[in-house]
Ligand binder design. Structure first.
Ligand code: 13P
Length: 250
């Protein structure tokens, strides 16, 4: 059985007090679940989140990371720094990083390798833009994003990879991929992983869907056989909504 995962990407939201309060609320409301639950606060609040969640069934993860160990990279954070405050997982390749900070497939390959070298698990995001889908190029785009950054990895590296398909046109827009569109793409991704690695790896890698997942649509999307969970933006900022999505598998 693949691990079911629901991760909240808080993006650039929540100050110190807001972070503490939302975590307190989540911890209080989270029922017993077999779903792996993660939240990604901003860097300045990450260490306190790790500490607040210590011993609890919610993991605090990072939203980004640099590919070098240290040096003259003003404003950046290394894998070793994340490890040093107890972070074990990082989100890489989010479409907002690709679009606003010009992160390329080549750069992301370096980041993925550096994270894995440091025993940091990667939630790797990718997905096509609206123009790609309108042109029928969504599979080609996704194949390219995965090929460059992941498909040359050795088989054992896949134990530390979680995939997150996030069609850009569905992020923050209120428009979700239909459960059928999500399933179609997730099956395509799993087939790609099988070809690049092995059937066994493809069978065990968790593939999350992200893009306007809400309490009202999570259950239907998660019911698809190749959808193993969600990466949640807006709806992860309200404890009740996030918990409703987490429990959509139950
Ligand atoms: P929304 O859920 O707000 O559409 O954001 C999705 C996302 O980008 C998660 O990383």
């Amino acid at each position: 059985m693949r691990t079911k995962i629901v991760a909240g990407n808080w993006k650039m939201n929540m100050d110190k007090e807001g972070t503490r309060a939302l975590l307190t609320d989540l911890v209080a409301k989270l029922p017993q679940t077999s779903t792996l639950v993660m939240v990604a606060p901003t860097f300045v609040n990450l260490e306190s989140a790790v500490n607040q969640l210590s011993g609890l069934p919610i993991e605090a993860v990072a939203q980004n990371m640099h590919f070098e160990d240290s040096g003259a990279y003003t404003g950046e954070i290394s894998a070793g720094m994340l490890r040093s405050v107890g972070v074990q997982t990082v989100i890489l390749g989010h479409s907002e990083r690709r679009a606003y900070f010009h992160e390329t497939d080549e750069l992301l390959e370096k980041k993925v390798r550096k994270a894995l070298e440091n025993d940091i698990r990667v939630i790797f995001c990718f997905g096509e833009e609206l123009a790609d889908r309108k042109a029928g190029k969504q599979f080609e785009v996704v194949q390219r994003q995965l090929s460059k950054a992941l498909f040359n990895l050795p088989e054992n590296a896949w134990e530390d990879i979680i995939l997150a398909y996030e069609p850009v046109w569905a992020i923050g827009t209120g428009e979700t991929a239909s459960p059928e569109q999500a399933q179609e793409m997730h099956a395509f991704i799993r087939k790609g992983v099988a070809e690049a690695s092995s059937e066994k790896t493809a069978d065990s890698v968790s593939i999350l869907y992200g893009g306007s997942v809400k309490p009202g649509n999570a259950r239907e999307i998660f019911s698809k056989p190749d959808v193993d969970g969600g990466l949640i933006g807006g709806a992860s900022l309200k404890a009740e909504d996030f918990i409703a999505i987490v429990t959509a598998f139950d």
